[in-house]
Design a protein around this ligand. Structure first.
Ligand code: HEC
Ligand code: HEC
Length: 328
């Protein structure tokens, strides 16, 4: 039997560990590395994360190297070159891959996970897994993950998970939140602020502020195209400079603006009906078919998501047995 006292000690230790790891978010300095083969490869990987469009994207000089397909850098979402706590960090993820990924219903390597973002967030095609670009990205991620033990997920990974609103989010109120808090940078039409050709070459970026929708943004199969993921990201990180400790928007405003953004037109990825082949693991905010449960499609976009979650829990067994026999 666990005594109350022991339980209290355990809880105190857990709290202390959480505080310690919060203080320990320290990413090693890339620029302190010597200019040897390893240091050069780490720097090359960082360059690809920060200057994706001009190195392996639509503005790459060599057309054969144009793998990514939009105006975003990896850094547009993986903030500060993937080193920002709760800003979708790449720092700290080296030791958690290979891991199970529900979208493909299989264990995926870090290279495969990167290519997931290449095909969706970057609306492009996969990088060759054994090519110099993938090698450089992996080396960078391995280096910036140095402080995190293999197998442990860093506290500060991904984005903080917000409580789900119990009512439907309101995209028309989201439009007002957007106009007041986002349009100054991302522009009233959401298409971002593009540098002139001369400035783009100087800056190494196509955009000063990246597009949130439209042809040069992430496609409808991206994680950011799901409003819960977008709301979590926005609440902890936007407007630019916001941190998870000091969010600028209320939780409901973050959901409203996320739903507004994810209702806009963006590139379409073919074959999304094949995502999450184990339907019991399909996120409730995935707005593409097959839509699960007796809910209108608008509810997958706006919520409330609680009833969908409950329905999926109640029906997990039958959802699972719908798997095709050839699956895997
Ligand atoms: C439009 C936003 C966006 C862009 C651009 C983007 N990603 Fe992602 N990425 C995400 C989201 C959202 C996730 C999911 C995080 C989660 O699962 O919690 C993710 C996950 C990842 C992960 C796994 C992280 C983890 O914690 O498991 C890696 C690695 C990754 N991305 C690499 C890249 C690379 C490399 C690029 C550029 C080629 C890129 N991403 C571009 C949004 C983006
Ligand atoms: C001060 C300028 C600024 C403001 C205001 C701002 N952002 Fe951003 N946002 C950026 C920049 C810059 C990036 C890319 C990060 C980078 O390059 O460092 C970004 C990235 C993003 C991304 C991921 C990349 C993409 O293009 O999809 C989303 C989503 C986003 N912002 C949403 C919002 C929302 C919603 C608001 C309002 C609540 C907002 N932002 C306010 C500057 C801003």
């Amino acid at each position: 039997m666990v005594s109350k006292r022991l339980l209290a000690v355990v809880l105190a230790c857990l709290a202390a560990a959480t505080n310690a790891s919060a203080a320990e978010w320290a990413v090693p300095a890339v620029d302190a590395l010597p200019m040897d083969a390893f240091g050069r490869t780490v720097r090359a990987g960082r360059d690809l994360i920060v200057h994706t469009v001009e190195t392996i994207g639509p503005d790459a000089r060599d057309p054969a190297k144009r793998y990514s397909g939009n105006g975003l850098e990896c850094q547009s979402c993986h903030l500060d070159a993937g080193t920002k706590k709760f800003g979708l960090p790449l720092a700290g993820v080296w030791g958690v891959f290979p891991m199970f990924i529900a979208r493909e219903d299989e264990v995926r390597t870090l290279a495969e996970r990167i290519n997931g973002c290449m095909e969706r967030s970057m609306n492009g095609r996969p990088l060759p897994v054994d090519g110099p670009e993938m090698k450089a990205m992996l080396t960078y991620i391995r280096f910036v993950s140095s402080g995190v033990p293999t197998g442990r997920s860093a506290e500060g990974r991904s984005v903080p998970v917000l409580p789900l609103p119990t009512v439907a989010s309101d995209p028309s109120h989201g439009a007002q939140v957007f106009a007041a808090n986002c349009a100054a940078c991302h522009q009233p039409d959401g298409q971002g602020l593009r540098w002139s050709a001369a400035d783009a070459a100087k800056q190494g970026h196509r955009y000063q502020f990246p597009p949130l929708w439209g042809p040069d943004s992430y496609n409808d199969g991206a994680g950011m195209a799901r409003p819960i993921t977008a709301a979590n990201f926005i609440h902890a990180n936007m407007p630019l400079g916001t941190t998870f400790e000091h969010p600028a928007l209320s939780v409901q405003d973050a959901f409203d603006v996320a739903v507004f953004i994810d209702s806009q037109k963006r590139p379409h990825r073919q074959g999304l009906e094949n995502d999450f082949p184990d339907r019991a693991l399909k996120p409730v905010d995935a707005t593409y078919p097959p839509l699960l449960g007796p809910f209108p499609s608008s509810q997958h976009l706006t919520g409330p998501w609680g009833p969908i979650q409950q329905w999926m829990k109640d029906n997990a067994h039958s959802l699972r047995t719908e798997l095709p026999a050839t699956h895997g």
